[in-house]
Design a protein around this ligand. Structure first.
Ligand code: ACO
Ligand code: LMR
Length: 613
């Protein structure tokens, strides 16, 4: 059980409001270097769907559960008695009030700036009614040295260690400003032995807890040997401290200074950085406050610059009296460097798991094989050009890129009866989404339907390179029980030629520098159609052999052509093109709203026999 003057100790865990990865990580980095367990047990993020937030604790990764409300988080984590509230000024008040109503939550740090004064007073008053503590608003929070860090308090881990905020010293520090909190913590580390705890109450006119609230806690804390308070121009909170000094409520040495003494050099009222930093009347000026603090018994230097010396003198005096013992400096584990940071600093390297040589999305715009997207569009690159860049890493000449586009057009669709279109339609009528129905269609592409292009290219090229006469090739395949890919069609034949094949041959005859493999394939077709008239060079076969002719015309070696074929690029052309038709069939079914398809019995031969055994 914590003493009533302790808000934070090494077992304190908090609910963090807001999925702000940076301050969450900074809190856990602090936990790691001071050698305590992670200090955040839950995160509240009402608009996020994720159930956990992953972050580092040293080199380990921890999962912090995410909840949609303070109530849910508090119910699930009664061990958390602090809420670090990173909500925006629009929601910080409501979330703070909700947290104060949770029995288990005792302290709320409100980071947001811009909360209306009326609401700030509301948070302060409700906290006081409940005997709870609100730190802020408009604050960075504070640090209980070696025990608990609020959000970003203290700056980088290096700054925290330099300011000895990673282990308790002898001083109780309270400031308004987060920036000056860091500054004073450093001054105290250099001139004394560091703080036990430092709180920045925030720059607004009505903080949830003020200087005196925290000094009273430090007064009770035996570890605190003297106080340092940094007030500022505006408001009268420092006068509450003076009254406590005069009533001997504060007995430990109190070093105090109010910043903003230069205001008197400016004509009229001056508004300094903090919303509350404006002297409405004489007694709110820094000069008046410093004078009054001195009269009340505080140790007040002649200027801000005099603080270090006064802190050192006070520290040395208390050490002399034996009230302060030497602090044993703990070992501070080195905080692991984030990989991304180390990589950027060139401190680490690692083999990459993937290599990409065709595109790059890291710059201002994506590039296709080095060609910026804007150039692709403004430079009039065709779809065939884009394919030649991304698939073949070259910009093909116009006759070749236009051939690619022609292939896509001729294979785009061949009616609803073909296997792929039928599958796509049946899947659509089963209620499958477009992508799933498309996948269903594409899965039918194979050695018999649409997927014979690679095979045709391979075997015709092989036969020709082997010097096989067409009839020898046909005979060889028959002997090996292999069908020739690219030969044969269910409905097309010599008497019912495939228009697509005619168009492709005509284009090649006109535009291709050479069509040696097509010529060979047509010789083979003469042999096969002599047997059966449907054993024509089909559209797969035509595309396959012509693409080999295209690559050969572009200077590809036989080996390079084989690599293109083995990679499956040519069947890829059919899949790319026919996906246009499959999607058309799916959209057609969606438009028609047809019911689930069930095949008619009268179209199925049931040849079922019971096993004899
Ligand atoms: N090579 C050699 N002989 C063949 C071929 C072929 N590609 N195709 C059929 N035959 C022969 C068969 O061996 C059979 O001979 P047999 O009577 O002596 O046993 C005869 O022709 C009939 O065979 P079927 O398979 O019944 O003929 P079908 O007309 O059904 O086959 C098909 C059409 C599936 C396209 C077939 O020719 C084939 O598999 N071809 C190879 C794969 C191919 O090129 N597919 C792409 C088609 S176009 C596209 O999908 C876009
Ligand atoms: C197609 O392009 O789908 C075909 O050539 C196959 C067929 O059966 O029509």
């Amino acid at each position: 059980m914590k003493p009533d003057y302790t808000l934070f100790d090494r077992d304190t865990v908090a609910i963090f409001w807001g999925l702000h990865a940076a301050p969450i990580q900074r809190m856990l980095d602090y936990d790691y270097i001071v050698g305590r367990k992670p200090s955040i047990s839950a995160i509240v993020a009402p608009t996020r769907s994720q159930r956990f937030h992953k972050c580092f604790y040293g080199t380990d990764e921890v999962l912090i559960p995410v909840y949609r409300s303070v109530e849910a988080a508090a119910a699930a984590h009664p061990e958390a008695d602090v809420m670090v509230n990173f909500a925006s000024f629009r929601t910080a008040y409501g979330e703070t009030m909700a947290a104060l109503e949770e029995e288990t939550i005792r302290t709320v740090a409100v980071i947001a700036e811009g909360i209306p004064e009326r609401l700030a007073r509301g948070m302060r008053d409700r906290a006081r009614e409940l005997g709870k503590v609100v730190i802020g608003p408009a604050t960075v929070g504070g640090i209980a040295a070696g025990a608990f860090r609020i959000g970003n308090s203290g700056g980088t881990i290096e700054a925290i260690v330099a300011a000895k905020l990673h282990r308790p010293g002898s001083v109780g520090l309270v400031t308004r400003s987060g920036g000056l909190f860091n500054e004073l913590a450093s001054v105290i580390a250099r001139n004394a032995d560091g703080v036990v705890e430092g709180i920045a109450i925030g720059g607004d006119r009505f903080p949830g807890s003020d200087f005196l609230d925290h000094l009273r806690r430090y007064e009770k804390d035996p570890r605190v040997k003297f106080h340092v308070m940094l007030g500022e121009i505006g408001g009268t909170l420092e006068y509450r401290v003076m009254e406590a000094l005069e009533k001997r409520e504060i007995r430990k040495p109190l070093i105090a200074w109010c910043i903003g003494t230069c205001a008197g050099l400016f004509p009229g009222e001056v508004q300094f950085g903090h919303a509350g930093a404006r002297a409405g009347r004489e007694r709110e000026t820094a000069v008046a406050k410093n004078r009054a603090l001195k009269e009340a018994g505080a140790l007040v230097p002649d200027s801000f610059d005099g603080l270090p010396e006064l802190i050192r003198a006070t520290y040395e005096e208390l050490k002399e009296k034996g009230e302060i013992e030497e602090t044993v400096e703990p070992e501070v584990p080195e905080l692991p460097l984030d990989f991304a940071v180390a990589l950027k600093q060139g401190k680490v390297r690692r083999p990459r798991n993937f290599i990409c040589t065709i595109s790059d999305d890291r710059g201002e715009e994506p590039t296709y094989c080095g060609v910026p997207m804007s150039e692709v569009i403004e430079g009039g690159y065709s779809l065939g050009d884009v394919i030649s860049l991304l698939w073949f890493k070259r910009r093909f000449p116009k006759w070749a890129s236009e051939f690619i586009e022609m292939v896509l057009k001729v294979v785009a669709d061949h009616g609803p009866a073909v296997s792929g279109a039928h599958n796509a339609r049946v899947a659509a009528r089963a209620g499958k989404d477009l992508v799933s129905a498309l996948a269903s269609g594409i899965l039918t592409v194979g050695p018999r339907f649409g997927g014979a292009i690679d095979g045709a290219a391979h075997w015709f090229k092989w036969a020709k390179e082997q010097g096989l006469a067409p009839d020898e090739f046909v005979e060889r395949m028959k002997q090996e029980g292999k069908l020739i890919p690219g030969i044969g069609h269910r409905i097309k034949s010599v008497r019912n030629p495939d228009k697509r094949v005619e168009l492709l041959k005509a284009y090649a005859g006109e535009k291709f520098p050479k069509t040696e493999l097509l010529d060979y394939a047509l010789e083979v077709e003469r042999v096969t159609t002599a047997k059966r008239e449907n054993l024509i060079l089909n559209v797969d076969g035509t595309i396959g052999v012509l693409f080999v002719d295209l690559l050969a015309s572009l200077g590809y070696s036989s080996r390079e052509i084989d690599e293109v074929i083995e990679a499956g690029a040519l069947n890829g052309l059919f899949v790319l093109g026919r996906s246009i038709g499959f999607i058309g069939h799916i959209l057609d079914e969606k438009r028609l709203g047809m019911p689930l398809y069930r095949h008619p019995w009268d179209d199925i031969l049931y040849a079922v026999e019971r096993p004899s055994n």
